[in-house]
Design a protein around this ligand. Structure first.
Ligand SMILES: [Ca+2]
Length: 500
């Protein structure tokens, strides 16, 4: 294969970076170079000298403003995930959409303009929780997530965090999942408290699954029958956790709204709407969810946590057009590996540490969340094997774009990213498509024929990127019964082109 000189340069830098990140210390570990230095010299020097070095290292760290070492012990982390939230369904990308609180979050921090999810719900959540490519974990809507993976809340819990989840799990547990049983529930996997639903879609008012007709609303494994709109109930629980927290311990809150996933219903703030007006109902649900985010942000302010809390907001996949969603100028929709299916709204805020009011073109993806947030909090991921996700905390906090190893999104249909290039390889044996998504974000010019060498190089990389389970603990997994059922978000056979 032959690359252009520019591509060669990029690949060389990527290779160097890959070597550094994969062959070195585990991601998420803080200051590995300092730790290694101390280890090497400890055999040769006496205890007093070690103390002196520790003092000096501490002095150096204290003088590095971006590391905010003094805050690490009390940094709270909030992850807000929205469901089926299209790129064009956020205020900063579309004035038709009213999302003042999410807009404010982005204004106070960094808008992540190049944040990528997977094409469907559970596949993204698996990547978010594990830091591993979903083509490796093999997670789909009905599979659940293998217990061998150490996941994000376990890392925070082991580091002394209070860990709460409010919302949609979709990573196993229900009877009809390939991996069913309480051991797959969130409160068995690092969350001290779980409130919400296990499956992919519920009625917002009754909390009943449309596909089974069963109640899917629980607290720590016990079904609860409650009156209330799910968006409101979830944020109320999140606010309660914060108000009743143990102030001596930091917290991790994972607030995973089922909004604006179907079946969409007029929210309490717009009961006059007809379900048939899907666009209006979706916008009303977005506004309702945004108001819920506002209540959460107010709670953080009221509790004096504004400056001590990192808040990450991200969608889980592109919008579904027949539900009234809008993916802006991007091609495709939920279920597709075109940009409209995987490039989603996202922003991150940590006052005084992250820059304010900037938009980054840094390429990030759901796999990066685990290592990046661990780095922000100064805790180890605790994962034995290298992650596919990259710690991009320094890039974000320094407001610099970092070249990163190529990455793979999707599960069966995959998209291999080596910016500016993106190779889409449909899982059904169709011809791969190549786009320069920096110059052609709408994916209107397939450049596969013009650049066969890039197609060949990326195609060659994919099997290695899929190989291995990654991050495993070698635990026996009782799941994987091999069932396959039709589920929400099934990969679409015909990906429709969507233009603005
Ligand atoms: Ca989704």
């Amino acid at each position: 294969m032959k690359f252009s000189s520019k591509d060669k340069k990029i690949r060389k830098r990527e290779k160097k970076l890959s070597t550094l990140t994969r062959g070195g210390a585990k991601r998420g570990e803080t200051n590995p170079a300092c730790a290694l230095l101390l280890q090497r010299v400890s055999a040769k020097i006496n205890f007093d000298m070690q103390q002196l070095i520790l003092f000096n290292v501490g002095l150096v760290l204290a003088c590095m403003p971006q590391l905010h070492a003094a805050d690490l012990s009390r940094l709270n982390v909030v992850i807000i995930v929205t469901d089926d939230h299209g790129f064009g369904d956020i205020g900063w990308n579309n004035p038709e959409v009213k999302s003042p609180h999410l807009d404010a979050l982005a204004r106070d921090g960094v808008r992540l303009d190049r944040y990528y999810a997977n094409p469907i719900c559970s596949v993204t959540r698996a990547a978010l929780m594990t830091g591993i490519a979903s083509a490796k974990t093999g997670v789909g809507n009905s599979t659940g997530l293998d217990l061998k993976y150490r996941i994000l809340p376990q890392a925070f819990h082991d580091a002394g965090y209070q860990t709460w989840m409010c919302g949609k799990w979709h990573l196993g547990g229900p009877a009809d999942s390939q991996r069913s049983g309480v051991e797959y529930y969130p409160h068995s996997r690092g969350f001290e408290q779980f409130y919400g639903h296990l499956g992919g879609a519920i009625d917002y008012f009754t909390h009943i699954r449309k596909d089974t007709g069963e109640l899917d609303w629980q607290r720590n494994g016990r079904n609860v029958e409650e009156v209330g709109f799910s968006t409101d109930l979830l944020v109320e629980d999140a606010v309660r956790h914060i108000r009743e927290r143990d102030s001596q311990r930091p917290f991790l809150l994972y607030l995973a709204f089922n909004a604006v996933h179907g079946p969409l219903q007029p929210p309490p703030s717009a009961p006059e709407l007809s379900k048939r007006d899907r666009r209006a109902v979706l916008l009303a649900n977005l506004a309702h969810m945004d108001a819920a985010v506002g209540r959460l942000m107010s709670c953080l302010d009221d509790e004096g946590l504004h400056n001590d809390t990192l808040v990450l907001f991200c969608g889980d996949n592109g919008g579904q057009l027949n539900q009234g969603a809008n993916n802006g100028p991007l091609r495709g929709e939920k279920g597709a590996t075109f940009e409209g299916g995987i490039r989603v709204p996202a922003a991150i805020r940590l006052p005084g540490v992250l820059p304010k009011g900037v938009t980054t073109q840094q390429f990030l993806c759901a796999m990066d969340v685990f290592p990046t947030l661990c780095a922000a909090a100064g805790i180890p991921t605790g994962v034995d094997e290298p992650l596919d996700g990259v710690d991009l905390w320094e890039a974000l906090s320094q407001n610099e774009e970092q070249e990163r190893p190529s990455f793979l999104m999707g599960n069966k249909d995959v998209a291999c990213f080596a910016p500016p290039w993106k190779l889409i390889v449909p899982g059904r044996g169709e011809t791969p498509l190549l786009f320069n998504i920096v110059d052609d974000p709408k994916e209107q010019r397939d450049e596969a024929a013009a650049h066969p060498e890039i197609v060949a190089a990326l195609t060659k990389e994919i099997p290695e990127m899929k190989r291995g389970g990654g991050g495993g603990k070698n635990r026996r997994d009782p799941g994987s019964k091999g069932r396959q059922k039709q589920g929400e978000g099934k990969q679409r056979k015909n990906q429709r082109e969507v233009l603005p």
